[in-house]
Design a protein around this ligand. Structure first.
Ligand SMILES: [Fe+2]
Length: 226
């Protein structure tokens, strides 16, 4: 047969996968556009951002990618997640991030970890529900945001006097392919095992966006919490 036939269901799900990707990309770009100028921040504000980022990412990224792998039903989507996990473990990304935060004198304190506790817990409970499409979209948001956040994170660390940039160098590059892979995995999963129509595809994305927002905008002064 010379013509590739696409079923109406497939073209419908591709359409919605494309429009979801556009929405998530805009959510990432909006958050990046809202980042305050690092030079206008105090040293303690910069330290806090690096510390909260580390408190979230170091111990949760591999866990959350694994939760997403456990949720996925489409066989063709699994290798994309496995490859991502393989790289994380083989290259010891948590060790890389720990070196980055220690070198910037921003290893998280108990207060830093507790400042993002509520949003972090919501994200853990959400991923525990093992909802494949929602989890894949949240992880696509995560990878896309991390990649675009890297130059900013590197600038924060440099202003704190650090020259240890392996973590930000690696993630500014490899996460471009990871983000595309996760959107592809989400698109495959939406065809094989679509999300129930009454469910919000952006549920996990929104929870994660709120957590990333808290990393940047948390302040001890409750009156100024955004
Ligand atoms: Fe990583």
């Amino acid at each position: 047969m010379g013509i590739a036939l696409v079923s109406p269901e497939q073209s419908q799900s591709q359409l919605s996968a494309d429009s979801i990707q556009q929405t998530i990309t805009s959510m990432i770009d909006n958050l990046i556009a809202s980042l305050p100028d690092p030079k206008q921040l105090t040293a303690e504000e910069r330290r806090g951002m690096i510390a909260r980022y580390s408190a979230v990412l170091e111990s949760n990224f591999i866990y959350w990618m694994t939760a997403t792998l456990l949720a996925v039903k489409a066989e063709e989507a699994r290798p994309i997640l496995l490859e991502n996990l393989h790289e994380e473990v083989r290259d010891a990304h948590p060790a890389m991030l720990r070196r980055f935060s220690i070198a910037a004198h921003a290893f998280p304190t108990d207060s830093d970890s507790l400042s993002i506790n509520e949003e972090l817990t919501s994200m853990r409970l959400f991923l525990g529900r093992l909802s494949a499409v929602q989890s894949l979209l949240a992880m696509a948001f995560f990878e896309g945001y991390i990649q675009k956040f890297m130059p900013y994170l590197a600038e924060l660390a440099a202003l704190q006097g650090s020259t240890e940039m392996e973590y930000t160098d690696v993630h500014g590059v490899c996460d471009i392919a990871h983000t595309a892979g996760l959107f592809q995995a989400a698109s495959i999963e939406m065809t094989v095992s679509p999300l129930e129509p009454e469910k919000d595809p952006y549920e996990g994305v929104t929870l994660l966006r709120d957590l990333m927002h808290k990393i940047v905008f948390y302040t001890n002064n409750k009156a100024n919490v955004q």
